[in-house]
Write a protein that binds this ligand. Structure first.
Ligand SMILES: NC(=O)C1=CN([C@@H]2O[C@H](COP(=O)(O)OP(=O)(O)OC[C@H]3O[C@@H](n4cnc5c(N)ncnc54)[C@H](OP(=O)(O)O)[C@@H]3O)[C@@H](O)[C@H]2O)C=CC1
Ligand SMILES: CC(=O)N[C@@H](CCC(=O)OP(=O)(O)O)C(=O)O
Length: 311
């Protein structure tokens, strides 16, 4: 029998992309509210009728939706920031650590990672786990995202507004909502210094962690960094670590390179024998950064093939 799915926020940027990935499947049946999507009673009913609900809402609305779920069997994937460091919730990044996939499979409450944290954590968590990056190390992350990362409001600003610039640095107060999530799940002791930017293109992102290798214990080479990442993602369906030789031949990186996919590509750039490295993650903010990841979690929580509906 088909599993019943309700996407709360079905007409939003993330919700629509999830719907696209699910609609063609015959193992799932969608509850769609259409014009009644803001009606509290209609949402309450759908939130309790479904086998699994995906919340694609602003944080406060996501918290409200969780409070409306009364039937204990209902499983929840929350795409918002509301529960990413909350107790009782499993962090929905199956590739993050060896135990993570199993925890997602057995959980009823899964918080989908943020788009920037997905790239950041994929690069940093294995290095902290391997002891290459000390927990006390001060870490910075620079990133650029397409404007769909800001949802309907930012899409309207860039596509209909008059004043959107080609590139805008933001998060200048250093208090971006993703900092606690990145710091916590990387296992770092100091808040990550996060410098995000948004570009005048719709979708896709680069997330970069620059490292002074000579400031790390034992001055690890880029080969050591690359080896730790390759080992961490060996056999991963959606995460690849690009060969050092391939990276050396590259002159640039396109943030749109994985659009429409659930994939995450990791690069280690650096001068062999030099003391510096640039670790860069490429992903689609609406793919592995949001909707693709939500579908991957949904598949795991319902005991389905992890890659169903995903490329
Ligand atoms: N865009 C991205 O790249 C990413 C987004 N996310 C997260 O996903 C969530 C959704 O983001 P996104 O899709 O970009 O946002 P959008 O603004 O594009 O969509 C938000 C949706 O939420 C609905 N909504 C807003 N308030 C309420 C409410 N009080 N009750 C019911 N429905 C409501 C809107 O309804 P209506 O259609 O009626 O306006 C809309 O469909 C956010 O928490 C965001 O942080 C996560 C990762 C990446
Ligand atoms: C370009 C842009 O504005 N991006 C958003 C991040 C995307 C998002 O909504 O964050 P989540 O992944 O936590 O949902 C921001 O910086 O707030």
């Amino acid at each position: 029998m088909a599993h019943t799915i309700f996407i709360d926020g079905e007409a939003g940027t993330t919700g629509l992309e999830i719907r696209e990935r699910l609609e063609a499947r015959d193992d799932l049946e969608l509850i769609l509210l259409g014009e009644r999507r803001r009606d509290l009673e209609a949402r309450r009913e759908a939130l309790n009728e479904a086998d699994l609900v995906v919340l694609c809402l602003p944080d406060d609305a996501a918290r409200e939706a969780v409070s409306l779920v009364q039937r204990p069997e209902v499983k929840v994937v929350d795409a918002s920031t509301a529960h990413r460091t909350a107790s009782g919730w499993t962090y929905g990044f199956p590739e993050l650590a060896p135990h993570q996939r199993g925890e997602i499979i057995s959980s009823r409450r899964v918080s989908n990672p943020g788009c920037y944290p997905t790239g950041f954590l994929a690069l940093v968590a294995p290095l902290v786990r391997a002891g290459i990056l000390p927990r006390s190390h001060p870490v910075s992350v620079n990133a650029v995202s397409g404007y769909s990362g800001g949802g309907k409001a930012m899409i309207a600003e860039f596509e209909q507004g008059e004043g959107a610039p080609p590139y805008r640095a933001y998060g200048l107060s250093l208090k971006h909502k993703h900092v606690p999530e990145m710091t916590r799940h990387a296992g770092l002791e100091h808040d990550v210094l996060f410098a995000p930017a948004v570009g005048a293109y719709r979708q896709g992102m680069l997330v970069e962690v620059p490292l002074h290798l000579s400031a790390l214990p034992g001055s690890p080479s880029i080969e050591v960094i690359h080896g730790a990442l390759s080992e961490a993602y060996d056999g991963a369906r959606f995460v690849e670590v690009v060969d050092l030789e391939v990276g050396e031949a590259m002159t640039g990186l396109d943030p749109e390179g994985l659009n429409g996919t659930n994939r995450l590509r990791l690069h280690v750039f650096g001068d062999r024998g030099g003391g510096q490295a640039r670790l860069v993650a490429l992903l689609d903010n609406l793919g592995k950064g949001a909707s693709g990841a939500a579908v991957q979690n949904l598949n795991l929580m319902l005991g389905l093939s992890e890659d169903a509906g995903l490329v």
